[in-house]
Design a protein around this ligand. Structure first.
Ligand code: PMV
Length: 325
């Protein structure tokens, strides 16, 4: 009853921002991401009769407290589905994601955990069912089941059985680059869960955000199909700015940006003025991801590295979906 799985993180080009159901993690809007090959998590799950409690090791260290409870609560879901509520697991997870640098590892983490745990317990799931399970661990993780460009369909059913990812274009469809610009090792002050809730509950801009999604999605999927880089980049950057605008209008207001975040945004705009197509996107934290095409690798790297406050740059290509080892 043991299995090991590997999953990559993903970056949303059309953001998931706001839940309509908190416990089931059902989103208000569809979202679309690119799975990245640069960051991944490998997780082994072994269900063992001798264990009386789950044990979760992250990067070879036993984890206790909230993080380990989150893993156990997720395993409860898998146990319930498999009709094996009696059996505990030893979980070993290795993150190849610079978590200390403020990058979220929950997407690759929950996708790898869901895949390894369901296989280890003998739960026969296809990719869609795996995406539904994964979603209940961490929303954006449901997109990491697939490689390349992926849409998360919000679904309409109350039980979440139609809220899952669907592949849009595989990793080898388009040779893009995403530079993850590492700024800070600060913990996020407003976690995405809390930030979403505050925005949904109080931001007068939130309804406009939700209304803007269908047009963005349709246009970006056209752009992806046509490999129209400017179109995809412009939509992704505008969508990111709109998401962050909702937080500024929340009560109390908040923002994920640092001064260096703004400097990078400005550097990317300057690149465009100089004729280099590059676009930024930002999740629920201060770090920036910059999208570009491979021929501009050198100038993009040099420009970003020279922005004061930038510590490191990690470049990814489109990555594969979840796999078993
Ligand atoms: O799945 P969570 O709770 O980590 O939320 C992710 C939210 C964003 O990263 C801001 C957007 C997204 O779609 O990934």
């Amino acid at each position: 009853m043991k299995a090991t799985a590997k999953a990559h993180t993903n970056i949303a080009l059309i953001k998931y921002w706001g839940k309509r159901d908190e416990p089931l993690i059902l989103p208000m809007n569809n979202s679309l991401s690119l799975t990245l090959d640069g960051f991944h998590t490998t997780t082994s799950v072994a269900f063992q009769d001798r264990l009386t409690a789950d044990q979760f090791y992250l990067n070879n260290r036993l984890v206790e407290g909230a993080e380990s409870r989150r893993v156990s609560i997720f395993l409860d879901l898998i146990r319930k589905e498999a009709g094996r509520t009696d059996v505990c697991a030893e979980v070993h997870s290795t993150n190849h994601v610079p978590t200390a640098a403020g990058f979220a590892s929950s997407a690759s983490g929950f996708a790898a955990l869901a895949a390894a745990a369901s296989k280890a317990i003998g739960l026969p799931v296809n990719e869609q069912e795996l995406s539904i399970l994964t979603r209940q661990g961490s929303g954006s993780a449901c997109r990491s089941i697939y490689g390349g460009f992926v849409e998360w369909e919000k679904g309409t059913k109350a039980d979440g059985s139609d809220s899952h990812a669907v592949p849009v274009a595989p990793a080898d469809h388009w040779d893009l680059r995403v530079a993850a610009v590492v700024l800070s090792s600060d913990e996020k002050k407003v976690l995405s869960r809390e930030g979403m809730k505050r925005t949904v509950d109080t931001s007068p801009f939130y309804p406009a955000w939700v209304q803007s999604i269908p047009d963005d999605l349709e246009a970006i999927k056209e752009g992806i199909a046509e490999k129209d880089f400017e179109k995809v980049g412009e939509i992704a950057e505008a969508n990111c700015l709109r998401m962050h605008a909702t937080t500024l209008a929340a009560n109390p207001p908040f923002s994920y940006w640092h001064s260096t975040t703004l400097s990078i945004m400005q550097a990317v705009r300057q690149l465009r003025s100089d004729g280099i197509p590059a676009f930024f996107t930002i999740d629920a934290g201060p770090n920036v991801k910059v999208l570009y095409t491979p021929e501009h690798e050198d100038i993009i790297r040099n420009t970003l590295q020279n922005v004061p406050g930038v510590h490191d740059i990690k470049v990814s290509r489109p990555g594969q979906g979840v796999s078993f080892i």
